[in-house]
Design a protein around this ligand. Structure first.
Ligand code: PLP
Length: 430
């Protein structure tokens, strides 16, 4: 009997340690972490430099409250992070997790308009499918039926309109024009922001819109006075082979960029947002304070972890490595698509990669989803961790598998990952 409240009634292995891309459980079994947990452990585990930086910070300055102090470590980190992202004048608002970060972005967008006297702007347009977090605002913003439907009585649906997912058949510009149509339908002066994942993660296996999409989205947002929020919690921080995923294909600068997961790469809870000078200054020159805050925001030990992780990403050129290893893995995944007809599509950018699974007979999703979960279970039995998505996403059935090992993975470890997946796909072939 355990006193742990597990996430579900399935049986969980008990992890006892981790090193590099490998996790070990209490039976001594080794797992290759093919998904960095949930796309978090970007630099691999067991890094003494990060542990030392955190311990030193805890001794030096463990906590300050954001209503009373900034901290030297936060000042240094915000500057380095902005430079890394190519967002030098942006301001970093630190929080502890991705959901807190998207909630912060939503509230900041609302306050930005209120400061300018446009109090009628409250809607936040997002896409279906999408995932922006588990807290109620972030969940309302998410286009993910299965995780959302129990809580819809707690949501004002008028506030959360949804745009269709990117359509790879359309040019990026034409695809993005659908936002203009939705804005005109809603009345643009009711809309505060448009938020999307530049490369979609948990809800749609590394789907990215075509070139031109984000640039046109930014233009439309500007034209209608709507803020453009890029949710890079999963796809940012080098995961897609570029510091800022929204710039993967277009030269574009959103008004707000939301970050999490890879920021401290799992060593500590750290997330946040980068706000443009215009957004920041509108609040500071208006009422003078962002009406929002969390007790643990900017926790010095988390920030110390983030700074140490960022140094490693830069020193070891892990953004470039994500491109190299990502290209290697994509070739391997495409070979698996040729080999296994239940793999309908293999795609990805850098080390955010996905397999779309379905019925070889129809080329569509299975009537009863579940294959991704079965493949993930078979892979886990073989010592490979993946991140499956099985089920109905806002009424759309589907199975997919996200893959995203630490950016520090070696070429040989990539081959091991592919071999594990090959075995799992063979075993679950019907
Ligand atoms: N936004 C995106 C794009 C995510 O993928 C996630 C988590 O998967 C979140 C927000 C929420 O982050 P967290 O689980 O850290 O609250």
């Amino acid at each position: 009997m355990s006193n742990v409240f597990y996430r579900s009634r399935k049986t969980y292995p008990v992890a006892t340690r981790a090193e590099g891309v490998y996790l070990f459980d209490d039976t001594g079994k080794r797992y290759l972490d093919g998904s960095s947990g949930a796309l978090v452990a970007n630099i691999g585990q067991g890094r003494a430099a990060v542990a030392d930086a955190m311990a030193a910070q805890a001794r030096h300055l463990a906590f300050v409250h954001g209503s009373q102090f900034s901290s030297d470590i936060l000042e240094e980190y915000a500057a380095r992070l902005a430079a890394f992202l190519g967002l030098a004048p942006f301001r970093f608002w630190a929080v502890s997790g991705g959901s807190e970060a998207t909630e912060s972005a939503i509230k900041l967008a609302r306050q930005y308009h209120a400061e300018r006297g446009e109090t009628g702007r409250y809607r936040v347009i997002t896409r279906r499918p999408s995932y922006h977090g588990a807290s109620l605002g972030a969940l309302a913003a998410s286009g993910m039926g299965a995780r959302r439907e129990l809580y819809t009585p707690l949501m004002n649906e008028a506030a959360w309109p949804k745009l269709a997912k990117p359509d790879p058949e359309l040019s990026g510009e034409v695809d993005a024009e659908r936002l203009r149509a939705l804005l005109e339908e809603l009345g643009p002066d009711t809309v505060a922001a448009f938020m999307c994942e530049p490369v979609v993660g948990a809800s749609d296996a590394a789907l990215a819109p075509n070139p031109g999409y984000h640039a046109r989205i930014a233009e439309i947002c500007r034209e209608f006075g709507v803020l453009f929020i890029a949710d890079e919690v999963m796809c940012g921080m080098g995961r897609c082979g570029t510091p800022l995923a929204v710039r993967l294909r277009d030269d574009v600068t959103p008004d707000i960029v939301v970050l999490g997961k890879g920021l401290a790469a799992g060593y500590a809870p750290l997330a946040g947002l980068m706000a443009s000078p215009a957004v920041h200054d509108t609040v500071m020159n208006g009422s003078g304070a962002f009406k929002h805050g969390f007790t643990y925001a900017g926790h010095p030990v988390s920030v110390a972890a983030g700074l140490s992780v960022l140094k490693i990403v830069e020193d070891e050129k892990l953004v470039e490595a994500a491109n190299e290893r990502g290209a290697q893995l994509l070739v391997g995944l495409q070979a698996l698509k040729e080999k296994y007809p239940q793999v309908l599509e293999a795609r990805g950018h850098g080390l955010l990669l996905g397999l779309v699974l379905g019925d070889p007979a129809t080329g569509q999703a299975f009537e009863t989803p579940g294959l991704a979960d079965r493949v993930a279970a078979a892979a886990r039995a073989r010592g490979l961790i993946t991140y499956p998505g099985s089920g109905a996403v806002d009424g759309v059935r589907g199975d997919h598998l996200l893959l995203g090992p630490p950016l520090s993975i070696t070429a040989a470890e990539c081959e091991e990952l592919l071999a594990g997946l090959d075995g799992a796909l063979a075993e679950t072939q019907s």
